[in-house]
Design a protein around this ligand. Structure first.
Ligand SMILES: *Cc1c(COP(=O)(O)O)cnc(C)c1O
Length: 409
């Protein structure tokens, strides 16, 4: 172990602050182990993990089936590159195709890269297959699509742009949930609409149930593509494999990442047969993308979700969590109501009444991890294996923190 037992947690934090670039602001805690929905720090204090690695650790920590599959694969074969076929990549692609609208899959290593691939494919499809000069993307205010240059350009939150100008050209933003505004900005140079089915980082905002169907109709009317960023909502997070299934319509392209391999870095861009014609050999690539380790982990996650019946569990336990958050909102001033879908849950917070950072700190001191989202929400994204009684425990801790307990002495 690299962290020395004789060091205090503060020593470790000080070491990190000396050598890491200063773009993160980590909370002063070092986790050394996890089991199920729990994390343990260096002092063996236990935390209910409703941050879930930011909606990544869908099977929780230390899931034996996932851990064994990763260990086995590591002994067998880690990496070969895309100069050769690999069995695991083919199997994960087949599985993803079988559970989705998509016909074809491209693998990469993160959500931003999956969106990058989606946007590159959309432009290349328009320019090389349709032979139309379409290059603009319409995205939503408060969206989040990742941190590469094109992904921040797509992201509709100005603070992610600060100091990085000029941005990649060709991105237009309209209010999330507003179909008229979307329809109005599309012109003969528009290539695609890119939105999240539920905005995660933007504040756990689920649109009107008819929104995605409206976007599909607008995209069809203008003969442009619909790209859904399901990096956070995909792979069961909302109680269906993909959040757009709640709407009854399908996109042309979808990006996935976060939960797909349960914590092993992976990204995927899925598309229809027609749109896939935009790529030709050499058009796009990733050295690590789809390596046997990540794909074995992804395949195992999908199998475990199926075998353990986790989609319906997410739906039930997520509804229970959001009912609890709605109920808390009726009693605690400054809470403005439950948000989200499945286990992508949030509670609105009036920042003038409640200091979110203080609540997160008090919850942590009381043994619960959660995250902020947008300017006015607390977000809860526990693993899919979380139990109803663990949800009740988390709600109890959150209430105590909101009532002033747990302050750092
Ligand atoms: C997290 C997230 C991303 C970025 O994923 P990275 O793996 O950090 O690049 C993109 N889109 C959405 C909706 C996300 O939640």
């Amino acid at each position: 172990m690299i962290v020395q037992i004789t060091e205090t947690q503060n020593d470790v934090v000080a070491r990190a602050r000396r050598v890491m670039t200063p773009n993160y602001k980590p909370q002063p805690v070092v986790f050394t182990q996890g089991e199920g929905a729990f994390l343990y720090d260096r002092e063996q204090r236990r935390y209910l993990d409703f941050a879930g690695g930011i909606a990544v650790c869908c099977l929780g920590h230390g899931h034996p089936v996932l851990a064994n599959a990763i260990a086995e694969q590591a002994k067998q074969l880690l990496h070969v590159s895309n100069l050769y076929f690999n069995q695991m990549q083919i199997e994960l692609a087949e599985k993803l195709v079988s559970i989705s609208f998509a016909d074809r899959v491209f693998f990469c290593n993160s959500g931003a890269e999956a969106n990058e691939a989606a946007m590159k494919l959309a432009r290349r499809y328009m320019q090389t297959v349709r032979k139309e000069n379409r290059w603009k993307f319409v995205c939503a205010h408060h969206s989040f699509h990742g941190r590469t240059w094109a992904a921040i350009s797509a992201t509709g939150q100005p603070h992610y742009h600060e100091g990085f100008g000029p941005l990649v050209p060709g991105f237009v933003h309209v209010p999330f949930g507003n179909l008229e505004a979307m329809d109005a900005v599309i012109d003969e140079e528009t290539c695609a609409i890119l939105v999240e089915p539920v905005q995660g980082e933007g504040g756990v905002l689920a649109p009107d149930p008819a929104y995605l169907a409206g976007l599909r109709a607008i995209a069809d009317k203008h003969r442009i593509l619909l790209i859904l960023d399901e990096v956070q909502t995909g792979v069961g997070r909302t109680g269906k494999w993909f959040a757009h299934e709640h709407s009854g319509v399908t996109p042309d392209i979808m990006s996935l990442a976060k939960g797909l391999a349960g914590g092993v870095p992976i990204g995927a861009m899925l598309c229809t047969e027609e749109v896939s014609k935009g790529f030709a050999p050499g058009a796009h690539a990733s050295t690590f993308g789809g390596n046997p380790l990540a794909c074995r982990a992804g395949l195992t996650v999908l199998k475990v979700i199926e075998q353990e019946g986790l989609l319906s569990h997410v739906e039930r336990v997520g509804a229970h969590l959001r009912e609890g958050l709605a109920e808390l909102s009726t009693r605690i001033p400054g809470l403005t109501g439950a948000r989200g879908m499945g286990l992508l849950a949030g509670v609105g917070v009036d920042p003038k009444v409640i200091d979110r950072a203080a609540i997160i700190e008090r919850c942590r001191n009381l043994g619960l991890l959660l995250t902020q989202a947008g300017s006015d929400a607390l977000r809860l994204t526990p693993p899919y294996i979380v139990s109803r009684s663990q949800v009740d425990d988390a709600l109890g801790i959150l209430e105590r923190a909101l009532n002033g307990e747990g302050a750092t002495p």
